[in-house]
Ligand binder design. Structure first.
Ligand code: G4P
Length: 535
C-alpha cells in the first residue's frame, strides 16, 4: 500500500463517472459521440458507431448487436473536459439486459437521463430511472431532438415530473421547438445561445442579457417565438427558487437542459453543467457498513462486469473493475477477497469505443478492464491491503427457462464449461436439478434476447451447435426463513428445490399461482425475487 501524494489526490478529485440512461432511439449513441467529440476523444462523427474498416476489431456478437440495432454490451469511455477526467459508462438500452444495466449503475456516481422531446418518458426510461432512484444517484435530464417537432416544454416537464414522481429544475429553456427552434436560454448565466442549422463547425452565437426581457435579443428571433418564450419564462421564473446544487446531490431535483445531439447543439452546455455539478468519486460502503473514502491510501475496487471475447484478435476475458479508493499501478499485487488469493494485475486497459489502450496508472473513480484468467466473478472485491468486501450486487429472478442439447455429444463437456463461463459473466443464470446434476443445467434468462445472444455466442465463440428446449417455469425465488434470515433447505408441500450456481437453494415454478400455494404451505418463508451474491 503506497501513500497517495497531493497530486494523486487531485487526480481522484477530478474524476467524474457517469452513465446515460434512455429508451432505445432517444439518441444515446449520438449524444455519446458528441460528448466524446467535445472531450477531444474523437475527431469525427461516426467513430463511436464504428467506421467501415474497423470491423476486424469488432467481436462477432457485437455484429449481432449491429444486426439487431441494439446495444447489448456496455463499454467505458474516458475523456478530458476542462479540468476533469470524465468516465462515461454505456448502458444497454434493451430491456432484456436490465441486470447488466443495474450493475453498470452500481459503478457510477451520477446519471444523465436522455428524453426524446416528442416521445417524453418512455417505458425503459422509467425502469432505469427507478434503478437510479433506488441507488440514490443524482440525475441530470437532457431533452433531446429539439430540432424535431415535439411536446411543449411546460407539458413535457409536467409529464416527466408526474410520471417519475420527481422534481425537474430547468437550467436552460428552449426558444421554439422543431421548425421553430431558434436556440436556448441559459438561466444560470443569462445567456441566449442561438441555433443556426447552417452554421459551420462549432460556431455559435451567444448573447449575454440582463434578463429575458432584455430587448437585445428580441430582433434575432421571430416575434411570435420571442413572445412565447417570454411567457413561458415568466411562468417558471416566478415559481423557481435559485438552483441549489445540494438538492441535486441529494437526488431531490434533476437539473434539466435541452438540445439536439444530432445537430451538436446544447451538448457543450450540458457538459458545462455536468462539470460544475456532477459529484466526484464518493465513499463506498463495505458489506459490514464501513465507508471507504476514495482518497484512502489503500487501493480497492470491485468487479461490476465481465465480458469474454470482446475482441476476436485477443480472445480473452475482461473483468471491468470500478476503483473505489487509492491508486492503481500496472503490475501491482492485490488480494482477491472471495478466493483469498493474491493476484498480480499485469494487464489492464482503458477503452475508447472499440479500441483499448494499455493503462499504467488509474485512480479512484476510474474503470479499468483487467485481463482475467477465470478468477473473477461479478461483485468480487479486491484490495492491496486488508481483505475488503463491498456491498453485494444483486442477481434477479429470471422469468424464462430452458435446457440445451448439443448436436455433437462429444462436446457436452465443452458446452458445460462454456455455460459456466457465460454465467460468471452474468450473461445467463444456471440452475441445477440435484437429481440430474451439473452436466445438464437449467438456463435462466430475464428476456428472450438473452437466449438469442447465448446461442449466437455458443456457436461463434465456442463452436457449439446447440438446440434450446424451453421449459415451463416462469418463476424463480430464493426461499429464506423470515426469522433466522437464512436460506431454507426444505419446504413443506413437496416443493422441489434446485441449486443456483453459488449452490443456494432456489425454487422454480410454472406459475405465480404455484408461488401462492408455496407461500401458504410455508408461512414462515419469504420468497425472494433477488439475491445478492453470497460468498
Ligand atoms: P440510441 O443510441 O439511443 O438508440 O439512439 P441513436 O443515437 O442511435 O439515435 C436514434 C436516431 O435518432 C438516429 O436516427 C439519430 O440520428 C437520431 N437522433 C439522435 N439525436 C437526434 C437529434 O437531436 N435530432 C434528430 N433530428 N435526430 C436525432 P437514425 O435515422 O436511426 O440514424 P441516422 O441515419 O440519423 O444515423
Amino acid at each position: 500500500m503506497a501513500t497517495l501524494t497531493s497530486e494523486h489526490i487531485n487526480q481522484i478529485k477530478r474524476r467524474r463517472t457517469f452513465a446515460i440512461i434512455s429508451h432505445p432511439d432517444a439518441g444515446k449513441t449520438t449524444l455519446t459521440e458528441k460528448l466524446l467529440y467535445h472531450g477531444g476523444a474523437i475527431h469525427e462523427a461516426g467513430e463511436v458507431k464504428g467506421k467501415a474498416g474497423t470491423k476486424a476489431a469488432t467481436s462477432d456478437w457485437m455484429e449481432l448487436e449491429k444486426q439487431k440495432g441494439i446495444s447489448i454490451t456496455s463499454s467505458v469511455m474516458s475523456f478530458d473536459y476542462k479540468d476533469l477526467k470524465i468516465n462515461l459508462l454505456d448502458t444497454p438500452g434493451h430491456k432484456d439486459f436490465s441486470e447488466d444495466t443495474y450493475r453498470v449503475l452500481m459503478a457510477v456516481e451520477s446519471a444523465c437521463m436522455l428524453i426524446d422531446v416528442a416521445k417524453g418518458v418512455e417505458e425503459r426510461t422509467k425502469k432505469l430511472y427507478e434503478v437510479c432512484r433506488y441507488r440514490q444517484i443524482p440525475i441530470f435530464t437532457f431533452i433531446n431532438k429539439l430540432d424535431r417537432e415535439g411536446k411543449s416544454p411546460l407539458d413535457l416537464i409536467d409529464e416527466v415530473e408526474k410520471t417519475l414522481n420527481m422534481s425537474c429544475y430547468p437550467l436552460t429553456w428552449p426558444i421554439g421547438i422543431g421548425s421553430r427552434f431558434r436556440g436556448i436560454y441559459n438561466r444560470l448565466n443569462q445567456t441566449i445561445i442561438l441555433y443556426d442549422q447552417r452554421r459551420e463547425g462549432d460556431e455559435v452565437t451567444e448573447i449575454k442579457i440582463e434578463n429575458p426581457h432584455d430587448p437585445s435579443w428580441k430582433h434575432l428571433v421571430p416575434e411570435e417565438i420571442y413572445l412565447q418564450t417570454l411567457e413561458e419564462l415568466e411562468l417558471i421564473e416566478g415559481v423557481l427558487p435559485p438552483f441549489d446544487p445540494d438538492l441535486f446531490l441529494q437526488g431531490k431535483i434533476s437539473p434539466l437542459t435541452w438540445g439536439s445531439a444530432k445537430q451538436n447543439f446544447g451538448v457543450d452546455i450540458f457538459l458545462d453543467f455536468f462539470s460544475k455539478f456532477a459529484p466526484a468519486p464518493q465513499p463506498r460502503k463495505t458489506h459490514s457498513g464501513q465507508l471507504v473514502q476514495p482518497t484512502d491510501n489503500t487501493f480497492t475496487g470491485f468487479v461490476f462486469k465481465i465480458q469474454a471475447n470482446m475482441d476476436p484478435r485477443h480472445r480473452d476475458r475482461v473483468a471491468f473493475l470500478r476503483i473505489c479508493s487509492g491508486r492503481f499501478e500496472r503490475g501491482m499485487k492485490v488480494r482477491h477477497s472471495r478466493i483469498e488469493k493474491e493476484l498480480r494485475l499485469s494487464y489492464s486497459n482503458q477503452f475508447l469505443a472499440q479500441d483499448r489502450e494499455t493503462l499504467d496508472e488509474a485512480f479512484a473513480g476510474d474503470i479499468i478492464g483487467v485481463t482475467d484468467t477465470g478468477n473473477f466473478s461479478i461483485g468480487d472485491s479486491i484490495s492491496d491491503d486488508k481483505v475488503i468486501r463491498f456491498e453485494d450486487i444483486p442477481r434477479f429472478a429470471p422469468e424464462l427457462f430452458a435446457r440445451l442439447s448439443v448436436r455433437d455429444a462429444l462436446k457436452r463437456k465443452k458446452m458445460q464449461e462454456a455455460l459456466f463461463h457465460l454465467s460468471e459473466e452474468g450473461a445467463i443464470q444456471l440452475f441445477i436439478d440435484p437429481q440430474i446434476g451439473k452436466q445438464d443445467p437449467i438456463i435462466g434468462a430475464v428476456g428472450e434476447l438473452q437466449f438469442e445472444v447465448l446461442l449466437h455466442r455458443l456457436n461463434n465463440e465456442y463452436g457449439l451447435e446447440v438446440t434450446l428446449h424451453r421449459l415451463g417455469f416462469t418463476v424463480a425465488r430464493w426461499p429464506r426463513n423470515q426469522e433466522s434470515g437464512h436460506l431454507v433447505e426444505q419446504l413443506n408441500g413437496q416443493f422441489r428445490l434446485y441449486r443456483d450456481s453459488s449452490d443456494h437453494p432456489v425454487i422454480l415454478l410454472n406459475e405465480i399461482w404455484d408461488l401462492n400455494w408455496a407461500q401458504k404451505e410455508n408461512p414462515n418463508v419469504e420468497f425472494l425475487t433477488s439475491l445478492t451474491h453470497v460468498r
